[in-house]
Write a protein that binds this ligand. Structure first.
Ligand code: SER
Length: 880
């Protein structure tokens, strides 16, 4: 039998985990982006990814202990998603980390404590595994924690030696499993048996680095990296049959089912799989776009495109014919926004990207599906069992059908696809491309290395120059290096030198133009990969060639906005330290053209006065016109001077110091105003929590202020027109409307209760006499619990000696039942409290009260008639 720990929501589990470790000296850090800094992986696959440089000793951590809830994506098991109970592309990993601080003994002790004390798992329901050679871990579990030896399993390196990839930090691990059936005994424990066990917490003793030839070298420090699967915990604690039916995902499934006009629970297995795939993938795509990934044919962009297409395709399989993805995305955004507010902030971009991809894909699908149908018919007529590689490749190349999709559809028709043949066609195409046209995936280190063989690191001139003459070093179209590209093409351009700032340190990349002889390219974004500045742009006019000499010119107005917001962010940090707490540190930031965002570690919300004081302080510094002093110094010297550095940031030996003497001194590679007076004015828009222990301030400054004010002004004008009052009279007007609304609501309540009583009077006609007692059992429509009680009391008063039981469904998903018994009925041994409690159980609820009057609630309205029938027959037999 499994024990019955407390039911917890996904959000509660996340908070309990972070709070537990915060209470044990861990710094809560916000989730890092799904786009890792580490170029060896495409996407963040585990909570430890952002900390890899710390484990490898390349970066000194600011905290010895940290805890996070990390967004992760893994696509290696994509075909299992929806088919097993617990495979995902997107999932959240809760982790506690020690950077050369505590190790095995403490990690195990806390792992056990949080599992049993915080999440309430009974030790009988827990089984652990250790690496087969790790006697130390085995002994800790047995001797210090008291786990019986039979419930500690030794496992081989495949299961219990964790590594991030072929190379990098790694170490033995110990996993904690939940046992749904401890009654099956300890003799035949098979941890692979997922009808009995689920692994929910992995403790990695990160102590080695593996090099390319597979050799293990001990790391400088012994570290701890753990991962607890949030969705798995929710499955166990919410007692649902799989991860998809937890509150983290199920609402998305319900939205999709509703659009398809079907019911999940009564659907067949294939439909359920499609719904689960949609539930899983929609979370993934929402978070990927929130983290600025855009659909494309290379790297992360391709992963995104493939996931979106799978959602669309599975939508079709369950009978959705039109566009639906933004609707399900809305549910996913609503579910995630409290823990990851960027999904709401980026809502418009997310929905636009999804909508565009979906509508394009639907068009192609229509054409491709027709072709595939024809192919399938033909194949069947010829008595073959597979679709040729050539056909699959045409579908891929011309109709955007990923191979997996063709395979899926083939499978539905009991056919296979000649994958080897497909690969041959793919290879042919690659070879068809000219030798010079190498495929370069800019998200993979090896491609960047290849680029580096031909060209030099980009020289950045933008600290001092808004424009520069430059040479075109490389042109990439869809990740493929080209000698030339024509008007109308979306390109990535690498120049030998550039004034364009590339997104980093939270500051958005510059916008502007690259122009040459008859050529104009609009630069829409800037990225930095290794040492290359990549200009993402659109060729408006002309043909651009490698080797061309061009003029690169930034949009100065955009740059001025970013600069004002960036310096304002530094002043904001200084003001927070001065006014709230010297110990406040930066946890993240975003500096764009229209606003700035600053995340910082602080255990509590700021007061309204503090927010006001901070705003005033920043504006004072702006008015005082402090000149910037920018210097490049050795790191140690900069730190000795008191420059503020950011946790988690990589710094070289030489650092750039932005100093507004006496006000703020920070290490920073961004661009800044030369005098604070250039900022003009600074306004805080909001202060809110992002994760426990992390707060966020959003603000605007400089030229962006006017945009902000214009929007507000329009809202106020609109309201003042609608309410026909002056702007300053709006608050009073709204207060009086609210009061009127409350009065109207109260009146409505009173009327409802009078109506219920009037309705109940008619029940006297249904009165039944049992022995000396009168009996009324009835269901009333739409009556709220309070009125139901009044009605029952009144009826009992009228009948005198007897029992009244009334039930109602006041709103969807709620049942209310009241019992009123006279003293004579009580004398027969019937208590209203106990009686109604037992009846309400039938509707999945409970409750109770006094012997003469009691009320209970339930959730399953469909069971109410059954519950009332039972009440009637029980009362009849007890009173006769
Ligand atoms: N890195 C380990 C895992 O992914 C523990 O976080 O399982």
């Amino acid at each position: 039998m499994s024990s019955n720990p407390q039911k917890l929501s996904g959000n509660e589990i996340r908070n309990l985990f972070l709070d537990f470790f915060a209470g044990r000296g861990h710094q809560i850090l916000p989730s890092a982006s799904l786009v890792p800094e580490d170029p060896t992986v495409l996407l963040t696959i585990a909570g430890m990814v952002p900390f890899k440089p710390i484990f490898l000793g390349q970066r000194t951590p600011e905290f010895k202990r940290a805890t996070t809830s990390q967004k992760c994506i893994r696509t290696n098991d994509i075909e299992n998603v929806g088919r097993t109970k617990r495979h995902h592309t997107f999932f959240e990993m809760l982790g506690n980390f020690s950077f050369g601080d505590y190790f095995k003994e403490q990690a195990i002790a806390w792992g056990w404590e949080i599992s049993t004390q915080i999440f309430g798992f009974s030790p009988n329901n827990l089984v652990v595994s250790v690496f087969e050679e790790d006697d130390e871990a085995f002994n800790i579990w047995r001797d210090q924690i008291g786990v019986p030896a039979a419930r500690i399993k030794r496992m081989g390196a495949d299961d219990n030696f964790w590594a991030m990839g072929a190379t990098g930090p790694c170490g033995p691990c110990s996993e904690i499993y939940y046992d749904f059936h401890p009654e099956r005994g300890d003799d035949n424990i098979d941890l692979e048996d997922d009808s009995r066990f689920i692994e929910f917490y992995n403790l990695v003793f990160m102590q080695y680095n593996r090099d390319a030839s597979g050799n293990l070298t001990p790391l400088q420090n012994k570290n701890i990296d753990t991962g607890m699967g949030l969705e798995r915990m929710a499955q166990i604690l919410q007692q649902v049959p799989n991860n998809y039916e937890t509150d983290l995902i199920f609402p998305i499934i319900q939205t999709a089912a509703q659009i398809a006009g079907i019911d999940y629970h009564s659907s067949d297995e294939t439909t359920k799989v499609s719904l689960k795939v949609i539930g899983d993938h929609v979370r993934a795509v929402v978070h990927m776009i929130a983290d600025e990934i855009r659909a494309s044919n290379v790297g992360r962009g391709y992963v995104l495109r493939r996931l979106i297409r799978r959602v669309v395709r599975h939508g079709r399989l369950i009978g959705i014919s039109g566009e639906f993805i933004t609707q399900v995305a809305e549910t996913a955004i609503a579910l995630s926004e409290s823990a990851y507010p960027n999904v709401r902030q980026r809502e418009a971009a997310i929905k636009a990207e999804l909508q565009r991809e979906e509508s394009n894909f639907l068009k192609t699908l229509d054409r491709g599906e027709k072709l595939l149908e024809e192919i399938i018919q033909e194949v069947k007529q010829q008595g073959k069992t597979f679709i040729s590689g050539e056909s699959a490749f045409t579908l891929y190349d011309t109709y955007g059908f990923p191979l997996e999709l063709t395979q899926e559809i083939a499978e539905e028709n009991n056919l296979t696809v000649d994958e080897a043949g497909f690969n041959v066609e793919m290879q042919k195409q690659v070879e068809r491309a000219k030798a010079a046209h190498e495929t370069i995936d800019l998200t993979v280190q090896s491609s960047l290395d290849k680029l580096a063989e031909h060209i030099h690191a980009t020289e950045f001139l933008g600290y001092t120059q808004p424009a520069a003459t430059a040479k075109v070093e490389a042109i990439l179209v869809d990740g493929v290096s080209q000698e030339a590209a024509e008007a109308g093409t979306q390109v990535q351009i690498v120049l030998d030198q550039t004034p364009f700032y590339a997104e980093s340190g939270g500051q958005i990349g510059d916008r502007g133009y690259i122009s040459g002889d008859g050529i104009v390219i609009r630069v829409e974004d800037m990225k930095k990969e290794s040492d290359f500045f990549i200009h993402l742009g659109h060729i408006e006019r002309g043909t651009l060639r490698v080797g061309d000499t061009v003029t690169a010119q930034i949009d100065r107005a955009c740059r001025r906005r970013a600069q004002a917001n960036h310096t304002a962010t530094h002043l904001l940090q200084a003001a927070l330290k001065k006014i709230v707490d010297e110990g406040i540190s930066q946890a993240g930031s975003l500096v764009s053209f229209d606003r700035l965002r600053f995340d910082f570690n602080c255990p509590r919300a700021l007061t309204a006065e503090e927010v006001q004081q901070i705003e005033e302080q920043v504006n004072t510094w702006i008015a005082e016109a402090h000149a910037a002093n920018v210097e490049v110094l050795p790191l140690a010297e900069a730190k000795a001077k008191g420059a503020v550095a950011m946790f988690g940031e990589k710094y070289g030996d030489e650092v750039r110091v932005i100093d507004f003497p006496g006000v703020s001194m920070e290490l920073c590679g961004g661009t800044h105003v030369s005098n604070t007076a250039e900022i003009g004015v600074f306004k805080i828009i909001s202060e809110a929590g992002v994760a426990s222990g992390v707060r966020r301030i959003e603000a605007v400054s400089g030229p962006a202020i006017l945009d902000y004010l214009n929007v507000r002004d329009k809202v106020v004008k609109d309201l003042s027109d609608r309410f026909k009052v002056k702007p300053e009279e709006l608050p009073d007007r709204i207060t009086s409307l609210q009061t009127e609304l409350r009065t109207a609501e109260k009146q409505l309540e009173t009327l409802k209760s009078q109506l219920a009583i009037a309705k109940s009077d008619s029940l006297l006609d249904t009165l039944e006499t049992v022995g000396d007692h009168k009996l009324i059992v009835a269901q009333l429509e739409d009556v709220d619990p309070e009125s139901l009680k009044t009605a029952a009391e009144r009826l009992l008063q009228k009948i005198g000696n007897g029992a009244v039981v009334l039930g109602s469904v006041p709103e969807a998903g709620k049942v209310s039942i009241v019992a009123a018994f006279s003293a004579e009925v009580n004398k027969k041994g019937l208590q209203a409290g106990k009686f109604v409690g037992a009846i309400a159980k039938i509707c999945g609820g409970g409750g109770g009260g006094r012997p003469n009057l009691a009320q209970a609630g339930g959730r399953d309205a469909s069971k109410l008639p059954e519950a009332l029938a039972k009440a009637q027959s029980d009362l009849r037999s007890a009173l006769s």
